[in-house]
Design a binder for this molecule. Structure first.
Ligand code: BGC
Length: 683
């Protein structure tokens, strides 16, 4: 390869800002010309956290929207993640893309992060397994998926300037462990580094960070920058392999300036070869090199069913007083449906991951939203229509006036209030539902004791009205067929199967950072550039993220990790733990209720002197009276401390407490696992 050909693979364009844009180059997140002389195809990148983001290229530009990451994670179902990835990878290929900016695997460290809806919760194992499965699904189409954003881009406020401070060992045991599992199980062609600084140095030029996947995990792919996250040519020596969306950087670094540094010897030619080899490894290992994409027609009807299945599996029933759900009675039941634009569709999250299927409705974004956000998009599947299709008298009130909504609620046997919280990339949120919806729910609940609240939120929200309502259903952002999925769960056509992948706080006061750093001073984000002055965020909770933080502080959240009701009941028994160097835990789960349902038994282990950790789970669909024995093997890294000097996982000998049951806060079974000391390097 000539130097020019090599360079062409390590700096990419942002087609929206290319001028002129070469003929045939579509507006998308990124584009590289490839090297025709060598048969290297162009790299055409699309965002795809939750489906192929459309980039709004015309009225006929369709795509299927998956439910949000938190919804997918709530399914605890890697098969659903694989199927979802396979579906969006197929659509990507049909739309002419061969590199997907997908695989979001940041841990939810703060429920107010505006981008939580793209991620998979607060637990490293759950996140790693689900991200890995989804990446595998995408790449089964012989295209590249990333995993992103490495690392600790845990809030949107000031993401381009903030300095995330954390103990390096704790980082390995939490966020980086999630990425490590995702990389092992998904084998992504690329990793995207994040905007923020990490322990003082920008992530995309941080050698301590960028060496981890390459040196410690033996991963051979390429590290691409986030868009506008490169600050110097020196990033190449720190381990960054590719500059993305160069139009968004202060200047283009990995073209002429890199050439100058190559000539001066500041960057060794062997380093450029390594960068290029890594890009090509990603392209070859996934099949993207040998199987160029050929655009074709989508089949969104079939693809929608994949999204619907994932949405159904991820809807979480949080409260069900007196068995008000499922709605039985069919034609004889009258429903007062209220609020949340339930007549129009289901809400989605904003930013680069935005998918806009044909038939979506856009409402303007609230004042102060990022300038490039593009409004609040409701996906076309309206819950109102789906509920009406199931018979009975179904009225609708928009919920804009609490008194009118209360009157509507009084006229129904049951009131179903849809409450929404729009979140977007580039901005964080408060924990309360916006636009007076708490007052709306309170007024409706006062008018009808059989009030069901259906939440369409980006993440956890406070529920000051919880005691007053009969049922709460967390439907997240449920995607292209979300209305149908909600109706099927409410009517009991499928069990309520979701379990929370994230803790819901009672108030911000109990979080590691009661006040979100930088939030008060933040200005709406522009297309590039910092929205606020630099500041530090101290992640003093270390690896005690989410439910582990609650355990450390001896507090109980409003709803805990793993929680979620089924329409039937389960009994857990017969917990057994086998120690040694290949530990395993098993237990029996029985459906003791009157209908079939999905059990998700979970196993937590507490190493001496630490907080509990999810080490495994199972999903078991059981008929009434049916019993199943389930077994999980324990990844020893989940119980170890990481030694950053020796680059090794170390687990002391000792008695490890095993707890199993329906959620981290409901573990009727306990036993002890006796383990010998163990030490192992990553590879
Ligand atoms: C986001 C990335 C995204 C990229 C390209 C950035 O603003 O952080 O997740 O892939 O834009 O659209």
């Amino acid at each position: 390869m000539t130097t020019e050909e090599k360079l062409s693979l390590v700096h990419g364009r942002f087609p929206l800002l290319m001028s002129p844009r070469p003929p045939g180059v579509q507006v998308s997140a990124g584009w590289f010309p490839g090297a025709p002389r060598l048969g290297i195809p162009p790299m055409i990148e699309s965002d795809a956290s939750l489906g192929v983001a459309n980039a709004r290229r015309g009225p006929k530009d369709d795509a299927t929207a998956l439910p949000s990451g938190l919804a997918l994670a709530s399914s605890f179902d890697p098969d659903a993640a694989f199927a979802s990835g396979a579906m969006i990878g197929k659509e990507a290929r049909q739309k002419g893309f061969n590199v997907l900016l997908a695989g979001g695997a940041n841990l939810v460290r703060d429920p107010r992060n505006g981008r939580n809806f793209e991620y998979l919760g607060e637990d490293p194992l759950l996140t790693g397994v689900m991200a890995g499965a989804s990446i595998r699904g995408i790449q089964s189409n012989r295209i590249v998926s990333t995993t992103k954003h490495l690392a600790l881009n845990a809030q949107e406020t000031g993401r381009q300037v903030l300095d995330a401070q954390i103990d390096p060992a704790a980082l390995r045991e939490s966020d980086l462990l999630a990425f490590q599992i995702a990389v092992e199980q998904g084998r992504p062609g690329a990793i995207m580094c994040s905007y923020n600084r990490l322990n003082g140095v920008y992530a995309c030029e941080n050698p301590d960070l960028l060496s981890v996947p390459k040196r410690d995990w033996g991963w051979k792919g390429w590290i691409m920058s986030d868009w506008g996250a490169v600050h110097s040519v020196a990033a190449a020596n720190a381990g960054l392999d590719q500059e993305s969306g160069q139009e968004l950087d202060r200047r283009v670094f990995f073209d002429a300036p890199l050439k100058v540094e190559l000539a001066s010897g500041a960057v060794a030619p062997a380093r450029l070869d390594d960068m290029v080899r890594r890009v090509l490894w990603g392209m070859f290992s996934t099949g993207a090199m040998d199987h160029p994409v050929q655009p074709g027609d989508l089949n969104t009807a079939a693809d929608g069913l994949v999204a619907q299945h994932a949405a159904e599996a991820g809807i979480v029933l949080l409260k069900n007083f007196g068995g008000v759900l499922p709605l039985v009675g069919g034609g004889s039941l009258s429903l007062a449906v209220i609020g949340g634009h339930a007549d129009v569709g289901v809400l989605s999250g904003g930013g680069s991951s935005q998918v806009e299927p044909i038939g979506s409705t856009r409402f303007s974004a609230p004042k102060g939203a990022p300038s490039w956000g593009g409004g609040q998009v409701y996906h076309p599947s309206a819950p109102l229509a789906a509920l009406r299709a199931r018979g009975g008298r179904v009225t609708f009130d928009p919920g804009t006036d609490p008194a009118a909504a209360a009157a509507a609620a009084r006229s129904g046997d049951v009131a179903v209030v849809f409450a929404t919280q729009w979140t977007t990339e580039g901005q964080d949120v408060l924990l309360s539902l916006p636009d007076g919806q708490d007052a709306l729910i309170t007024a409706v609940a006062a008018a009808n004791p059989r009030t069901i609240v259906v939440l369409e939120t980006g993440g956890p929200v406070l529920m000051p009205w919880l005691d007053k309502v009969a049922a709460v259903v967390e439907a997240w952002y449920p995607g292209s067929r979300g209305g149908e999925a909600i109706a099927r769960v409410l009517s009991g056509e499928v069990d309520a199967q979701g379990r929370l992948p994230v803790s819901f706080p009672r108030s911000a006061a109990e979080l590691p950072r009661p006040v979100l750093d930088g939030f008060a001073d933040a200005k709406p984000e522009g297309l590039s550039g910092p929205s606020t002055a630099p500041f530090k965020v101290r992640y003093t909770e270390g690896a005690d993220v989410g439910y582990r933080w609650y355990a450390r502080t001896n507090a109980r959240p409003l709803f805990g990790f793993g929680e979620g009701l089924s329409y039937t009941r389960f009994r857990y028994a017969g917990l057994r733990a086998r120690g040694g160097l290949k530990p395993a835990v098993e237990l029996t789960v029985t459906n003791t209720g009157g209908r079939s349902g999905m059990a998700t038994p979970q196993i937590y282990v507490r190493a001496p002197g630490t907080t509990p950790r999810l080490v495994g789970w199972a999903r078991a669909e059981l008929q009434p009276g049916e019993t199943r024995r389930v077994q999980v093997s324990v990844d020893l890294r989940l119980l170890a401390r990481y030694d950053t000097t020796a680059h090794a996982w170390r687990r002391p000998a000792g008695r490890y407490l095993v707890a199993a049951g329906a959620s981290v806060g409901d573990t009727p079974l306990q036993t002890v696992l006796t383990l010998p000391a163990d030490e192992r390097r990553d590879r």
